[in-house]
Design a binder for this molecule. Structure first.
Ligand code: SAH
Length: 467
């Protein structure tokens, strides 16, 4: 993080703007909106600032900048077209630890001004740290359309009830849940619909009810995080990530996805390193129930889809036994992610009419699979957790009747920038993997559809090995 983001209270504070042109005028407008007492130093003023001066909105020192102008200021903005003056102001301010911004010269700034969405008292600021201002502006435009103007009024309503809610709902956790329900529920809708009186009444009622009830009841969200690319999360997964109190995750969940969690959520890692179980499944099941019973909203985040080789069913069974509320959010399973990003359709009119998902987990060096059912023509086989058993898989499928020329692909870290596709056949793959580096998580796809990879691979940057 290059800059520390913060919102600065300059209400009634003396601020200095050096320069009298259009650029200075824009900065002055912003400072005035934040309630600052603005002094402009400049031999001349442009029309805009001259008008403001005439209306008594700003003070004007009609001369060149002088070091003494900095005395007693809370903040300084330099907007002259003289580079040496700008530099001098920057240096003087830095020597005094006085926050300074030199317009369009980030290297001379001790603070920068973000793009802003103003729904006062709600404000959203966006910055790329000067790296790509256009991007910040585009994002701002998108946010503008996403945040209804009425959010400002909602924030005001919430502010009006703040003290009361604080006094009557003592538990901070319960209070936060209360506010989240206000912001996402019918009360917010009333405000958005312009029914402010009704919203107030509903608010009074909601506070009474919340104050009368005990601790909030916790719940568990069992959420599929998809195969890796954060863009493949569902909207619901994202929303729950941003409101959960505790996030219980494992190895397959990428850091980029965890970054989308609420800033102050507790993150609990329960992943398994191969052969080294950090937490047995039964303990995870009970852990989820235990945290939820403390009134927390627990998000159990799983790679891919929770109900495909995810043991989600076992976790839910325990929650049911323990009487804990839960909801399940599906995710894009690795097979779907890998297929799309590697350009290998899992079914195809000419190549495959069915697809089976199996686990290739090795037990005592072998896989417990119905080989006969797998070794069928016109069928795609997708193997999860099969990397250690590639040889066994190839041998068994050939022994049960699939031609050794049957194409197969290993898709490493599908949908991420580290995606790598290794293509071979049942006959050649055992020796290919001896010389090719390939890491978990890797998904195996067997069947004629793999031949389409050559034609359909589209995902940029992904490495493709073999033919
Ligand atoms: N519930 C998950 C699967 C968990 S089993 C899902 O629906 O995707 C773990 C196996 O999934 C890994 O061994 C690997 O075979 C596969 N896998 C998960 N994410 C993957 C990815 N990004 N790329 C390739 N394989 C992946």
């Amino acid at each position: 993080m290059q800059y520390f983001p913060m919102f600065f209270d300059i209400n009634d504070r003396p601020c200095l703007v050096v320069g009298g042109g259009d650029v200075a005028a824009r900065k002055v407008a912003l400072l005035l909106r934040a309630g600052a007492k603005v002094t402009v130093v400049s031999p001349e003023l442009g029309d805009n600032l001259a008008a403001r001066h005439a209306r008594g909105e700003i003070d004007h020192l009609a001369r060149a900048f002088d070091e003494g102008d900095l005395d007693g200021r809370a903040l300084v903005i330099a907007a002259t077209d003289d580079k040496s003056v700008n530099r001098r102001i920057s240096e003087l301010c830095r020597a005094r630890n006085l926050p300074v911004n030199v317009v369009d010269q980030p290297e001379l700034c001790s603070f920068i001004v973000p793009s802003m969405i103003d729904r006062s008292p709600l404000q959203v600021a966006v910055s790329t740290g000067g790296a790509a201002p256009v991007l910040a502006r585009l994002l701002r435009a998108r946010l503008e359309t996403m945040i209804p103007a009425a959010y400002g009024r909602l924030a005001e309503l919430m502010d009006a009830f703040r003290e009361q809610v604080k006094a009557r709902i003592a538990d901070p956790e319960q209070r936060r849940h209360f506010w989240e329900n206000v912001a996402q529920g019918p009360i917010a809708e009333l405000v958005f619909a312009g029914k402010e009186e009704a919203a107030r009444a509903a608010m009074h009622k909601a506070v009474d009810e919340a104050a009368a009830s005990d601790q909030p009841r916790g719940e568990v969200y069992l959420v599929g995080a998809g195969p890796g690319d954060p863009d493949l999360l569902t909207f619901r997964a994202l929303r729950l990530l941003q409101q959960a109190d505790v996030i219980v995750y494992d190895r397959l969940v990428s850091e980029e996805i965890l970054d989308m969690a609420r800033r102050d959520a507790d993150l609990v890692y329960v992943g398994k390193q191969r052969d080294q179980h950090t937490l047995p499944q039964e303990d995870i099941n009970l852990l989820l129930a235990r945290i939820a019973k403390k009134g927390k909203r627990v998000l159990r985040l799983k790679g891919g889809d929770p109900f495909i080789f995810g043991r989600g069913g076992e976790e839910i069974e325990t929650l049911m036994q323990e009487g804990v509320n839960f909801q399940i959010v599906p995710g894009i399973t690795a097979a779907a992610g890998a297929a799309s990003y590697a350009g290998i359709p899992l079914t195809h009119r000419e190549h495959a009419h069915s697809v089976v998902f199996v686990t290739g987990h090795l037990k005592d060096g072998s896989m417990d699979l119905n080989w006969q059912a797998l070794a069928q023509p016109q069928q795609t086989i997708v193997v999860y957790m099969g990397l250690l058993g590639v040889k066994e898989l190839c041998n068994q499928l050939v022994a049960h009747g699939l031609p050794a020329e049957t194409p197969m692909a290993l898709v490493q870290k599908a949908t991420t920038r580290l995606q790598k596709v290794v293509v071979g056949t049942l006959g050649s793959m055992p020796s290919i993997i001896e010389t090719t580096e390939i890491k978990p998580p890797t998904l195996i796809i067997v069947g004629d559809v793999v031949t389409l990879h050559k034609k359909l691979a589209w995902f940029g940057g992904a490495e493709s090995v073999g033919e």
